[in-house]
Every structure is written in C-alpha cells, then in structure tokens.
Write a protein that binds this ligand. Structure first.
Ligand code: SF4
Length: 293
C-alpha cells in the first residue's frame, strides 16, 4: 500500500472483505509470467513442505514433474501464453530456485533429517489481534535450542524501506503469540528471513525486542488508518485518477496494473500530469460555483 496507493486500491479497494494487515493473500490472478512463476513456486513449495513434514520424499524426477505440471496448469487457468523458450527457461529457473531453497542454512535441517520440531503454515491463516484480522503467518517455524525461529520465505525481493520491512516481519511474532500451541512470550522467538535476490537466496535475522514489537504494532495500526483513508478516497473517486501513484518507478516495473495506469508511459510524467489536473480542478471549482451561484 505504501509503495503505491493506486495499485493497492486496484487490488483491494473494491473487494468486499474486512481489513487485512500483514501479507494478505493474493486474490487477483497473476498478470505477468514472472508473477505466475512466483505464485506457482510458492504453491509447489507448500506441497513440498507438507510432504516433507509427513516424511514423503520427493525424487528429482517427481519435483521436476510437479513444477512443470503446476506451471502448465496455472497458465491454463489464466489463459496465459508465452514463447516456448521463455516457458522452458522460466520452469528451469524456478526448479533451480526451489532446489537451492532446500540448501539454505535456515531450511537445510528440515531436509537432511536433523532432529528438529517444526511446523509449516499457509499465509492464508490469519490471527485476530486487537480486533484486526492479521495475515502474518511465517512460512515455517523451527524449534531449536529452546526457541522458535519463525521463517519468512520471499520468492522475490520485496520493496520498501528496511525498517518497515523489519517491522512487518515482526508481526510474525504477534501472529505466533496468538496461536494455540505456540508460546505467548516474545522472548521465545527468533526471526529469519530467506529472500531471493540477485539470483540467489540470502538469509538474515531480524532483531527482536519489546520496543520493536510495539513499533510493529503501531505500524500495523497506522497502515489500517491509511487503508481506511484510501478506501474513502477511492470511494469518492471511482476513476482512481486522483489517487497517489507509486513512490518509486521501480514499483511500476512489475506492476500488474501498468497497462491501464497513467504511469504506463513513465511515472514522472504521470505524476506531473496528475498534479496539473488536480490543481486545475481546484482552480476551476470556485469559478464554477461563482457562475452558478
Ligand atoms: S503502474 Fe506504477 S503508479 Fe501505476 S498502479 Fe502500478 S505501481 Fe502504481
């Protein structure tokens, strides 16, 4: 939402559902091949985790067939087609990305039989925190040395400031403390983020403290206020023409709404045009009133 209020409104503004904070599940169909691959990798990863949890071992052939079939099915569902060579490269890269995910320091113990208590979660699992439905489930929780490590897996690098991303990751602890069977003491948790960046998985820990947890809660409440404000704005201007555009042109690169967005030919120009239109409409307003008074 902070990255681009217009994109947020296009995704969620008109949907008839409650407010969602944290990583709300995607509800719109994938608009680009990369988005489709990302979502398919996540779905296959969930299946892989579920089978691993139940000690069902995947052979290399089975892993390959599962990903290939999942991509083909996803393409059929949204009626998407790409040149054969792109399709093959996309599948191969996705398989390599999934294979290397199992080799990360954070997740390797789950696949090499090291003794760990662990659990996996679906991001569609929400928790009600302070009356708000929060989607902040970790992908995996691993118990080791008397603490739970909550793991967030990001198949594509997310944008936004480091601080706001860290505070969002901390919502996982609020989420966990509101789950039956998990401790409600924040000191029982660590956080690890495993994210895909520059063609490899990078892993880092997130600092946990009472003060940071309070900040993450405050950020969540602030975001809810922003959502309420944005929803009112979108309701008052169903064309979305006056809604703020992306904070940075990088957000537009992979935006699914770009084809119908004023920023399709450049964000700077779109912002300039929008400013001029809004200034013009404000200027004309009293004139019209004066004429009709
Ligand atoms: S193309 Fe850019 S400005 Fe337009 S909705 Fe997408 S992110 Fe926002």
């Amino acid at each position: 939402m902070n990255a681009c209020p217009r994109a947020w409104a296009m995704s969620y503004g008109t949907a008839a559902h409650g407010w969602r904070a944290g990583n709300a599940p995607e509800t719109t169909p994938p608009r680009t091949f990369d988005q489709l691959l990302t979502r398919t990798m996540r779905a296959v990863w969930m299946k892989r985790l579920e089978d691993q949890y139940h000690r069902k071992i995947w052979s290399t052939t089975y892993a390959k067939q599962t990903l290939d079939a999942a991509v083909d099915d996803a393409m059929d569902v949204v009626n998407m087609s790409v040149p054969r060579v792109h399709l093959d490269i996309g599948k191969e890269r996705s398989k390599a990305q999934l294979r290397s995910l199992e080799q990360t320091q954070t997740l390797r113990p789950l696949f090499t039989g090291q003794p760990r208590r662990w659990a996996y979660f679906d991001r569609r699992m929400s928790a009600t925190i302070g009356g708000v439905e929060v989607y902040a489930a970790p992908d995996v929780a691993v118990f080791h040395q008397h603490r739970w490590t909550l793991v967030r897996v990001q198949f594509r690098s997310s944008q936004g400031s480091m601080l706001s991303q860290q505070l969002e990751h901390l919502l996982m602890i609020h989420w966990a403390m509101n789950q039956p069977g998990l401790p409600n003491d924040f000191e029982a948790y660590n956080i690890k983020v495993v994210r895909w960046s520059s063609q490899r998985w990078k892993e880092h820990s997130v600092d946990v403290s009472e003060a940071l947890l309070s900040q993450s809660m405050a950020l969540m409440h602030h975001d809810i206020q922003e959502m309420l404000w944005l929803r009112r704005w979108a309701g008052a201007d169903p064309s979305y023409a006056s809604l703020p555009l992306a904070a940075h042109h990088e957000h537009c690169t992979s935006c699914p709404f770009r084809p119908e967005c004023p920023a399709r030919d450049g964000l700077a120009k779109a912002k300039h045009d929008q400013k001029r239109t809004i200034a013009g409409s404000h200027y004309n307003e009293p004139t019209k009133s004066a004429k009709t008074a």
